[in-house]
Ligand binder design. Structure first.
Ligand SMILES: Nc1ncnc2c1ncn2[C@@H]1O[C@H](COP(=O)(O)OP(=O)(O)OP(=O)(O)O)[C@@H](O)[C@H]1O
Ligand SMILES: [Mg+2]
Length: 243
């Protein structure tokens, strides 16, 4: 469970990139975060993970542990896939995964099984001996996802995780999200793919210029706005500058 209460962030004085945002992601829920470029999705995710500090006031809890006052406890309870998978590129894939397994303190038997299971699923098992700089964008994305899932974290936070994935990997990841949620755990992810949000998410949140302008199910959004509009039309209407 993730709870955000009255969180704001200004990178530049006087301009709020996230503006007094409150939100709760329940256990067992897949929550999709939508909004135009620059709306504040990544900034929000980075504040939940403690990568960025919010402006003063407000708080963020992960399974009841505050990222501001109990960061280590909070960090044990989520896995985060950032929007850019270009990191540790000098490492071989296997070195990167073992490095993460060390941090998670996984036993050698556990890590071997888990690495094999995940990387075979995402079809990168055969390239684990290669340096990550030789990987394509999609392969980098996949290894970062595998790394995050090694420890089977309670809460998944994913910033545009489907970007660059081929259809099979994207399908597999969505299935994994469903299984994870069915186990009573939570998934929060950002996306620009409206269809994914519609088909996969229990609830969606739409953020525009740092403000949360809608939270609810897809059906609720349709009820609230135009009866017969497509999701794309609804989205454009909601985030229209002149409204
Ligand atoms: N490091 C930074 N310094 C200054 N401004 C920043 C920084 N990072 C983000 N911003 C600004 O904060 C706002 C929100 O950016 P953010 O990256 O959170 O948007 P986003 O919703 O993730 O967009 P996208 O869909 O393009 O990924 C934007 O106006 C952006 O210019
Ligand atoms: Mg972003």
């Amino acid at each position: 469970m993730i709870k955000i209460e009255n969180i704001s962030k200004s990178y530049v004085k006087g301009k709020k990139s996230v503006d007094n945002l409150s939100l709760e992601i329940k256990d067992g829920e897949i929550f999709g975060f939508l909004g135009p470029n620059g709306a504040g999705k990544s900034t929000t995710l980075k504040m939940i993970t403690g990568i960025l500090n919010p402006d003063s006031g407000g708080n963020i809890w992960v399974d009841g542990k505050s990222i501001l006052t109990e960061p280590l406890e909070a960090k044990k309870r989520f896995g985060f896939v950032p929007d850019n998978p270009d990191m540790f590129l000098k490492l071989r894939g296997i070195e990167y995964l073992n490095f993460l397994a060390d941090i998670y303190e996984l036993s050698s038997a556990d890590r071997k099984n888990r690495i094999e299971e995940l990387t075979k699923k995402f079809e990168i098992y055969d390239v684990l001996q290669n340096q990550m700089q030789s990987y394509s964008h999609g392969m980098r994305q996949k290894i970062v996802i595998c790394g995050v899932l090694l420890n089977n974290p309670q809460n998944w936070l994913l910033d545009e995780p489907m970007t660059g994935l081929d259809p099979k990997s994207s399908f597999d990841l969505k299935e994994m999200m469903r299984v994870h949620a069915k186990e009573g755990k939570s998934v929060l992810f950002s996306t620009h793919v409206l269809e994914v949000a519609e088909k996969l998410c229990d609830r969606i949140g739409i953020i525009n210029k740092g403000k949360l302008i809608f939270v609810g199910s897809y059906t609720e959004m349709k009820e609230k706005f135009k009866e017969n509009a497509s999701l794309e039309e609804l989205f454009l209407e909601l985030t229209d500058e002149d409204k």
